[in-house]
Design a protein around this ligand. Structure first.
Ligand code: NAP
Ligand code: MG
Length: 482
C-alpha cells in the first residue's frame, strides 16, 4: 500500500473560532505595550507560508521594563502571597487553558506546523496537566523539602524553543510560579502565538500584574534577557550551541541556570522484542512531530538477527504514512517548522548520501506549498558518520546493527548527547541491566516519547543539566536555607 493510494476525504479542524489580532504587542506588567524598537516581524503558517500575525520585537528598553515589572511583582505581591493562594491562581490558569484547549491546539498547529492530532491529544492536555500538577505543590513546598527551608529565588528569565511552544512554556512557568518566583518569558520567534494567548489567559485569571511577562523577539531579545543584571535565574530550552553561549554569559554572576538542550537518542531493538509493536514505537520515536523532538529516537540500533525484518517492516509501514495539511485529522506528519529548518534537514539528507549511507523515502504525495520533508531512513550508516553523530531535528532515522549487549551500550553512549533512550525487549532483566548503563536522562522501555508532569526530564553531557517536571522540577526554582 502506498500513501498515493490513500483517497481520504479531507477532515480539517475548523479555524472558524480562532481569534487572532493582526498585531501583537509585548505583555508587560499585565498589559499590552508597544515595543520601543517600533519593530514587528511576521509569524507564518509553515503549512502554506501565509502570514498569521505580526509580533513585536523587544529591544533593551523593553526587556528592562519587563524585568522591572517582574521584580516589582515579586517584591510587593507574589513572594508575600501564601502557597495556597498561589496555587489557586495556578488552578484557575489550568482550568482556563482546559476550557480553551481546542483554540490553543488549532493555534499551535497553525503557527508551528505540527499535526492537529498531536497538539490536541498531547501538547495542550500535557500543558494543562503541568499547571494542575504544580498548582498542587504550591502549598506543600515545606513537605516536599522537609528540613531544608525552601524559598523562592526571585525573577526567572525563561527562553523556549519552537517544537513544543505551549508545553515548554508550561514546563517553565508552572513550577516557577508555584515556588513563588515571577517570570519574563521569551518564546521562539516562529511560534510566539500560544504564549501570547497564554498572556490573555493570565489576564482573564486575574493574575497580579507583572507576575508573568512575555517579551517576543529573536535571539537578540533572548540574549538581552540572559545578560540582564536583575535576573536571578535562567531556564533555557533549545540548542546546545545557544546553551553554551548562555553558560558563558552567566560566568561570574550569581544567576542560577538550568539547560535543556539537544539530543541524538538511541532506540535499541533486541531480538526478543515484539517486532510489530517495536516498529510502531520506532515510527513514533522519530516521526512524531516531524522529528522536532529533543529526545527523538533518531539513532536506531537493531540486533543483527532481526535487522532485515525490522527494516522491511519499517519501509512497508512508511508507505502508509499520511503527510500533509497539519490541520487535517488524518495527518501523521505535518509541516517542518520553518524554511530554515527544512534547509538544515535537507543538507543533512544530502550529507548522508555523500557519506555513503543508503537512503529510503516512501513514494507519497507531497503538498506543493509550505515546508515538508519525507520521512527518511538511512541504512549502512557508520558509527562515525555525521548523520549518526549530529542532531538533525527532523524526520530522519539512521539505522545501525549490533550483535551483543556490550556492543550496543558502547555505541549508544558514544555520543556527545545523553537525553533519552529506548529499549525494546521481552525481558525485564535486560531493561534494568541496560537501562542502568545507558547515559541518558530518560530510558523508556517498550514505549517511547511518553511524558508526564510527575516525571523529571533532563539530560546528561551536552544535553544539559537540571531537571524539569516532578518534584525535581521544583528545586530548580527554589533556594534552600539550611
Ligand atoms: P535555539 O535556536 O537554541 O533557540 C531556542 C530559544 O533561544 C529561542 O527562543 C531562540 O530565539 C532563543 N535564542 C537564540 N539565540 C539566543 C541567544 N544568543 N541568547 C538567548 N536566547 C537565544 O533552538 P531551537 O532551534 O528553537 O530549538 C531546537 C533545539 O532545542 C534542538 O536542539 C532541541 O534538541 C532543543 N530542545 C531541547 C529540549 C529539552 O528538553 N532538552 C526540548 C525542546 C527542544 P529565536 O527563536 O528567535 O531564535
Ligand atoms: Mg509560525
Amino acid at each position: 500500500m502506498s500513501s498515493n493510494n490513500w483517497n481520504l476525504d479531507p477532515a480539517p479542524e475548523s479555524t472558524a473560532q480562532i481569534q487572532l489580532k493582526p498585531k501583537y504587542e509585548l505583555f508587560i506588567d499585565g498589559s499590552w505595550q508597544k515595543p520601543h524598537s517600533k519593530k514587528y516581524f511576521d509569524s507564518l503558517n509553515p503549512a502554506n507560508e501565509s502570514i498569521l500575525a505580526q509580533i513585536a520585537h523587544a529591544n533593551q528598553k523593553d526587556v528592562d521594563m519587563a524585568v522591572s515589572s517582574a521584580r516589582r511583582a515579586y517584591r510587593d505581591v507574589w513572594s508575600k502571597m501564601s502557597g495556597a493562594q498561589r496555587g489557586k491562581y495556578l488552578f484557575r490558569i489550568a482550568r482556563l487553558m482546559q476550557e480553551k484547549s481546542r483554540e490553543l491546539a488549532v493555534l499551535e498547529t497553525l503557527d508551528g506546523g505540527k499535526p492537529i492530532r498531536e497538539s490536541r491529544d498531547v501538547d495542550i492536555p500535557l500543558a494543562c496537566n503541568h499547571f494542575f500538577y504544580y498548582a498542587g505543590w504550591a502549598d506543600k513546598l515545606n513537605e516536599a523539602f522537609a528540613g531544608q527551608k525552601p524559598s523562592s529565588i526571585g525573577v526567572a528569565a525563561q527562553i523556549t524553543p519552537w517544537n513544543f511552544p505551549l508545553l515548554m512554556l508550561a514546563w517553565k512557568i508552572a513550577p516557577a510560579l508555584a515556588c513563588g518566583n515571577t517570570v519574563v518569558l521569551k518564546p521562539a520567534e516562529t511560534t510566539s502565538l500560544t504564549a501570547l494567548k497564554f498572556a490573555e489567559i493570565c489576564q482573564e485569571a486575574g493574575l497580579p500584574n507583572g507576575v508573568v511577562n512575555i517579551v517576543t523577539g529573536f535571539g537578540d531579545t533572548g540574549a538581552l534577557l540572559v545578560a540582564h543584571p536583575d535576573v536571578d535565574k535562567i531556564a533555557f530550552t533549545g540548542s546546545t550551541a545557544v546553551g553554551k553561549y548562555i553558560q558563558k554569559a552567566c560566568i561570574g554572576t550569581a544567576k542560577k541556570l538550568t539547560l535543556e538542550l539537544g539530543g541524538k537518542s538511541a532506540n535499541i531493538i533486541l531480538e526478543d522484542a515484539q517486532i510489530d509493536q517495536a516498529v510502531e514505537g520506532i515510527i513514533n520515536a522519530i516521526f512524531f512531530n516531524q522529528g522536532h523532538v529533543c529526545c527523538a529516537g533518531s539513532r536506531l540500533f537493531v540486533q543483527e538477527s532481526i535487522a532485515q525484518q525490522v527494516v522491511e517492516k519499517l519501509k512497508f509501514r512508511l508507505q502508509s504514512i499520511y503527510i500533509g495539511d497539519p490541520l487535517d485529522k488524518n495527518t501523521d506528519i505535518g509541516a517542518i517548522n520553518s524554511k530554515k529548518q527544512l534547509e538544515t534537514i535537507e543538507k543533512y539528507i544530502a550529507l548522508g548520501i555523500s557519506e555513503g549511507a543508503s537512503i529510503f523515502q516512501p513514494e507519497c504525495r507531497m503538498p506543493t506549498k509550505g515546508y515538508y520533508c519525507k520521512p527518511t531512513l538511512f541504512t549502512d550508516v557508520a558509527q562515525s558518520a555525521r548523520i549518526a553523530q549530529e542532531e538533525i531535528f527532523g524526520p530522519v532515522l539512521t539505522i545501525q546493527t549490533f550483535r551483543t549487549m556490550e556492543e550496543v551500550v558502547q555505541k549508544a553512549n558514544n555520543s556527545p548527547y545523553g537525553l533519552a533512550a529506548g529499549i525494546w525487549t521481552a525481558k525485564g532483566a535486560r531493561i534494568f541491566g541496560m537501562g542502568k548503563q545507558l547515559h541518558a536522562g530518560v530510558v523508556w522501555a517498550n514505549t517511547y516519547n511518553k511524558f508526564d508532569p510527575s516525571s523529571p526530564f533532563g539530560g546528561y553531557k551536552e544535553s544539559g543539566y537540571g531537571r524539569e517536571g516532578g518534584r525535581h522540577g521544583l528545586s530548580a526554582y527554589l533556594q534552600f536555607n539550611t
